[in-house]
Design a protein around this ligand. Structure first.
Ligand SMILES: [Zn+2]
Ligand SMILES: [Zn+2]
Ligand SMILES: [Zn+2]
Length: 460
């Protein structure tokens, strides 16, 4: 039993909840959140009126619910905040990525015949970092150099360690004072723009290849993609993307014969090299041009080859539930007045955050909003995005699930069954907080079979 249950206040909370007359209803609400760690509290009502007569057919209000609130899952994508909701997000992402590769969920199976690549766009180097390299199943020394230089700060630029996968030094620079922290956070800040320019260049190049104007391209071909951002341990983002060529309007039509996998590979290579984004000059610093790193990986996705649809969908779905936490940064916004030393961070993420705060205060860089995104080490883009025609959407997957829940509610008598178009629905909801009291947290964990998180938390 967790030590916290010896706290008399927590124990009193547990006992009060278990003995409450509406305990069963409370437990049902908790079960319905699917083990959400930080359920959203809503207060309000919904009324169903007959459209023709205005007669009230049914009313639901949270007034009769335990504590006068309805608890709903937080639906975060971030596993660090709520493992249960992030798992739903991961599974949904997996299914929609996979549908874009093999069909299903409204995508025809013929999509398997469309040229499709799995592309990884990397960040350039901002200094040598500790790394774990494997070759044929053997771990190699990190950065062995026989006649290694000594940097101006007295560090020998060599490391012969064979780092373990959980070594906290991985991703950290051999010399922090030589490391280009400025470049690292500016790259993250410009990465979304670089991606946009890459996608634009891809379309322009394809148009050229087909002898078409960019405007005419969409009459012949659609570039569909799904991408996800992944933080490397050193604190810069990479993008992994599924890029697929469809006919006009999306996956239902085949692309023109000239749009082959080889052509797509060529065009991706060209666009990744061609695009750049410029950091404006500031203080005494000149303009700085950012590009993708030299490492570009493009691999065809096949049903039976090295890189299968399942592997790709699993990979993208996994990264869609992560943010920058693997770098050791904070999982929340940072106030520029916060004392960074108080957060108990490792030196590397602390310096990346400090660099965001320093650059964020410079007027010429205000557009990059580095102060707001310091906890993300400068990156302010979306983690996981898909073009309109890629496959189904998370919203549609959720709508199907919610309809299912609604059907269940109707059958268990909680919602009356009405003809949708003859009923006027009026709803009023207000946000009334989130999370659990410590006592509730213990019972909720027992009911849903989830782990009790950091007990210092509680209802906010
Ligand atoms: Zn949740
Ligand atoms: Zn090393
Ligand atoms: Zn140095």
């Amino acid at each position: 039993m967790p030590a916290c249950t010896t706290n008399p206040h927590v124990l009193a909370g547990v006992i009060a909840r278990l003995n409450a007359p509406d305990y069963d209803r409370w437990a049902a609400q908790i079960r319905a959140t699917g083990g959400c760690r930080q359920p959203i509290h809503l207060r309000g009502k919904v009324e169903y009126h007959d459209q023709a007569t205005g007669r009230l057919l049914h009313r639901y209000t949270t007034r009769h619910e335990p504590d006068g609130i309805l608890r709903l899952p937080c639906k975060t994508r971030r596993a660090s905040r709520c493992p249960a909701c992030a798992e739903i997000y991961r599974a949904d992402t997996y299914h929609l990525i996979r549908a874009g590769l093999i069909g299903g969920k409204g995508v025809p199976e013929s999509v398997t015949g469309h040229p499709t690549l799995f592309v990884t766009l990397t960040a350039p180097s901002f200094g040598t970092v500790h790394a774990r390299c494997e070759k044929n199943g053997r771990v190699l020394p990190c950065h062995a150099r026989r006649n290694a230089e000594t940097c101006p700060h007295g560090h020998v630029m060599s490391c012969t360690a064979k780092h373990r996968p959980d070594d906290p030094h991985l991703g950290e620079p051999l010399c922090p004072d030589c490391y280009d922290y400025t470049g690292s956070v500016l790259f993250n800040a410009l990465a979304p723009l670089l991606w946009k320019r890459f996608a634009d260049s891809l379309r322009r190049r394809l148009a050229k290849l087909g002898g078409l104007t960019l405007k005419d391209l969409r009459e012949h071909l659609t570039v569909s993609f799904a991408k996800v951002a992944e933080y490397q341990r050193r604190g810069v983002v990479h993008f992994h993307a599924v890029i697929r060529l469809d006919g006009p309007g999306g996956p239902a039509a085949p692309p023109p014969p000239w749009a082959t996998t080889d052509a797509l590979t060529q065009v991706v290579r060209y666009a990744a090299k061609a695009v750049s984004a410029t950091v404006p000059a500031y203080d005494d610093q000149p303009e700085r041009v950012m590009r993708w790193g030299g490492q570009l990986d493009t691999r065809p996705i096949t049903l039976d080859g090295d890189l299968t649809d399942q592997a790709v969908a699993g990979y993208i779905a996994k990264y869609a539930t992560k943010a920058a936490e693997c770098v050791g940064t904070l999982d929340r916004r940072i106030n520029p007045l916060d004392n960074l030393d108080a957060f108990n961070l490792r030196e590397h993420p602390k310096r990346l955050i400090a660099e965001c705060l320093r650059l964020g205060a410079i007027g010429d860089l205000a557009d990059l909003r580095l102060t707001n995104w310091a906890h993300m080490l400068g990156f302010r883009g979306h983690f996981s995005t898909r073009s309109r025609h890629y496959s189904t959407t998370l919203g549609e997957l959720r709508a199907v699930r919610e309809q299912h829940v609604r059907d269940q509610e109707i059958t268990t008598g909680r919602l009356p069954l009405f003809e949708e178009d003859t009923v006027l629905v009026i709803s009023e909801w207000t946000y009334a907080g989130k999370g659990y009291s410590l006592g509730d947290q213990i019972i909720a964990a027992a009911i849903t079979g989830t782990r009790i998180p950091d007990m210092a938390g509680g209802a906010r």
